[in-house]
Design a protein around this ligand. Sequence first.
Ligand code: ARG
Length: 251
Amino acid sequence: MKKAFLALTTLVLLASSAEARTWAEIKKSGTIKIATEGAFPPFNIMKGTQLTGFEVDLANILAKNLGLKVQWVTQPFDNLLIGLNQDRYDFVIASHGITAERAKAVDFASPHYCTGGAIVTKPGGPMNAAALKGKTVAVQVGTTYLTNVQKVPGVGSVKTFPKDTDAQAALMAGRVDAWVGDKFTGLDLVKAQKGKVVQGSLLFSERIAMAVKKGNSSLLKELNAALAKTLNNGQYAKLSTTYFGQDVRCK
Ligand code: ARG
């Protein structure tokens, strides 16, 4: 808790340190610099040397619609918003849930998908919040999974991992009783593990959005307009169906 508070305090302090590129500056340069993690399938993931995933494809579409080339940057999840406030890139798309805490440090765009944090366990393991009592749960560090699992009354120990895939691996190796992660990621894991794990209930719901540096309203406006366009012209629906077999926009 203390650590998370310190990280956020640092973020808020860094927010005022330098000038983010405005929309006019980005447009003039012709290239937008976008950061993601690249380790969060199926949203942002490295396949060999290729950065791909629903969010990567979506951001590439947005940039194209805005007439820009893209320069991708990958960073550990925990560093993404800090780097944003240090002007290392123009925006972040990495499945950040919109939370009041984060909104103190950055500005969020309109949500680009809606989802939730779900429990995944081995058959016979804890399937809901009540069953997590006394259990060991794996989550990725710096995530809403961590903060929400910590709120579960009576939960045993919560183990954090630098990458979400490491938290999943801990479950597969039997080192924890459950893993809490994105519900769509969980569905993919269940499918890939062919019955070795099962998905339990949703612990919480969240709206996922891109983040710009606090106060970068000119860029935010363009990103929101570009997103609205893809939501209305069929590009989003097509992409979402390819990845999820359904439309994951917020309704
Ligand atoms: N949706 C969760 C959150 O807002 C997890 C995001 C993790 N993203 C990632 N690229 N690993 O914290």
